[in-house]
Design a protein around this ligand. Structure first.
Ligand SMILES: Nc1ncnc2c1ncn2[C@@H]1O[C@H](COP(=O)(O)OP(=O)(O)OP(=O)(O)O)[C@@H](O)[C@H]1O
Length: 558
């Protein structure tokens, strides 16, 4: 068999961009994108994306150029996931809730050639441009207008998105990758633990993550998908391409709250949506006036932060079917998922099912391996569900690397063949991974590593708790002790009397070893979050630090 080698017939570069043409051929008349009263079919979307790619080429955008976009989940944002890379360019979705300084840094770092900007974010972009040094040219700007918003229109001289689409040729021969390893997107990480890093993914990695996400979540043909997850966050875990592959309908929302989510589900008969655990919490704790009955089965995929078992339990009790996965910007989407075994697991009590589902799970199909390794020895930790180590990954969905940062890339993708996630986890006897913390969030109390996620999950079980985050507070005796920041559910906050610090501490004491029990509880209306819905623990850690050292007496430890 030695003479059998790849030929041009069997080695066309893998890319998710080809999904669009196929879906337009099969489901041309079906709805592709819905936004308020705007409804496109897959034929429309196909033509509009080709026009976009063609128009970008006519503006001089070519292979490898970075094109950025600052936009909420509107149809233009969806189209750019195809149209921009179909011009050969690299799509760079920028978090539109960042401040002007960070946006200015990211645009310069990426050497972006053109920026699409939502009309509401024009002043923010202008401010970012003012921070460019005089010697560095600003990228060209295209404004995305919105007929449904009462916002000042784009200046008459501005090139608008719709004008650009009109300029383009719907018969354009799109620019395919020369190699499946060609870069296709550039995404900056959320900046939860450090400055955002520029993650570059190639066509091949995205192709793999899209197909495996559909299989893993058992997405059927023609789903109706509600865009609650921002597309600017890791390309909405790659579902812009996934919904196209499945011939689904994208329901776009510029902004949402619990009432808007329930209303959209009812109006459009939504079948699927993704959301960080904060979105689940928002849906589960919605007031009666916001809630509507579900018109049919609704599947929610959650990831991005550890979902507390209590939140999974509450969301499923309302009637949603929740799946849980784990991934990073560096993996383009979900690469570990809590594969549900059905049968015996279905027969367990609901709270036990939620506890199992809160585990992150096993590798998805394109991944070669997932492990938890001991930092000191580099060996796998015992599969006992207790011994903590760093979560490492290997497989086809991993990024090419960090843009212009070989040192950080080498630190993350090491010579031993693993990608180091910076997450701390345990491996259970059944081979399921469970994340216990981010390494920077681990609390070390009296020399013992303590998982803030475990303490949080107990706090979430308290009926009055809306959200909880636990961080380290300096302690004169123990070095660090857990400090909990807690927001209460609306009803509980006004009910008399709301729980006190002593009551929450007692609640924890009954349910966890003493060394894990928070020594301090701070009640707050809201917890600080990144725009991707992650709790900013570094902000809370600073607050805990400013509170000064807790001077513990030497309590007896369990
Ligand atoms: N299911 C999950 N359970 C627990 N944590 C999760 C889950 N999914 C994702 N995460 C967390 O999210 C992280 C990936 O987030 P993302 O790539 O958006 O940026 P970030 O890591 O928050 O930002 P930065 O790297 O800039 O600090 C993971 O490393 C992990 O800590």
């Amino acid at each position: 068999m030695d003479q059998l080698a790849p030929t041009s017939a069997n080695s066309s570069p893998l890319t998710p961009l080809g999904f669009l043409e196929r879906t337009a051929a099969v489901y041309g008349d079906r709805r592709s994108v819905v936004y308020n009263r705007t409804v496109y079919t897959w034929s429309d979307t196909h033509r509009r994306c080709l026009r976009l790619a063609s128009a970008l080429s006519s503006l001089g955008i070519s292979r490898g150029d970075v094109v950025s976009v600052l936009s909420p989940n509107v149809p233009a944002m969806y189209e750019m996931h195809f149209g921009v890379p179909m011009s050969g360019a690299v799509l760079n979705t920028v978090n539109l809730r960042l401040d002007a300084r960070t946006i200015s840094i990211l645009l310069r770092h990426s050497e972006s050639k053109l920026v699409f900007v939502d009309v509401a974010s024009v002043p923010l972009l202008d401010e970012a441009f003012r921070l460019f040094p005089a010697t560095v040219p600003c990228p060209r700007v295209v404004v995305i207008e919105d007929a449904y918003e009462e916002l000042p229109p784009a200046p008459s001289s501005a090139l608008t998105y719709e004008k650009l689409i009109e300029m383009g040729d719907p018969e354009f021969r799109w620019v395919g990758p020369q190699s499946e390893w060609d870069p296709m997107v550039l995404n900056y990480t959320s900046g939860t633990t450090s400055s955002p890093k520029g993650v570059v993914h190639c066509h091949r990695g995205l192709f793999l993550v899209v197909l495996s996400s559909l299989i893993d979540w058992s997405v059927p043909l023609n789903p109706t998908y509600l865009w609650t997850l921002p597309m600017f966050h890791a390309n909405g875990w790659s579902f812009p391409w996934g919904v196209a592959a499945a011939g689904g309908t994208n329901i776009c929302l510029r902004r949402f709250d619990a009432a808007a989510v329930y209303a959209a589900i009812e109006t459009h008969r939504v079948t699927h949506l993704c959301g960080a655990p904060v979105v689940l919490n928002m849906i589960a704790n919605a007031t009666d006036s916001a809630r509507r009955p579900l018109p049919g089965p609704v599947h929610i995929l959650t990831a991005g932060a550890p979902p507390p078992a209590a939140v999974l339990h509450r969301t499923e009790a309302i009637g949603f079917t929740v799946s849980h996965g784990y991934g990073l910007t560096e993996t383009a989407g979900l690469v570990v998922s809590c594969a549900w075994k059905g049968g015996p697991w279905d027969r367990l009590p609901a709270s036990e099912r939620a506890r199992l589902k809160a585990r992150q799970g096993v590798r998805t199909l394109p991944m070669a391996a997932v492990d938890v390794i001991d930092d000191a020895t580099g060996q796998s930790v015992n599969r006992d569900g207790e011994t903590m180590g760093e979560v490492v990954l290997r497989g086809g969905c991993l990024m090419l690397g960090y843009l212009k940062d070989p040192e950080t890339t080498a630190k993350a993708m090491r010579a031993d063949g693993w990608f180091y996630t910076g997450d701390v986890g345990v491996m259970h006897a059944d081979g399921y991974l469970e994340i216990k913390d981010r390494s920077k969030d681990v609390i070390i109390s009296g020399g013992e590593n303590l998982s803030s996620v475990e303490v949080e999950s107990i706090l979430y079980g308290h009926p009055a708790v809306n959200e909880a985050a636990v961080v380290a507070r300096p302690d004169d005796f123990w070095g660090e002790t857990p400090c909990a920041f807690v927001s209460l559910k609306e009803g509980a906050a006004v009910a008399s009397p709301p729980p006190t610090e002593a009551e929450l501490i007692a609640w924890c004491r009954e349910r966890m070893p003493r060394y894990m029990v928070p020594k301090t509880v701070v009640f707050t209306a809201d917890l600080p979050k990144t725009s991707t819905g992650k709790i900013q623990k570094f902000v809370l850690r600073e607050m805990a630090k400013k509170m000064g050292a807790a001077s513990s007496a030497r309590p007896s430890r369990m």
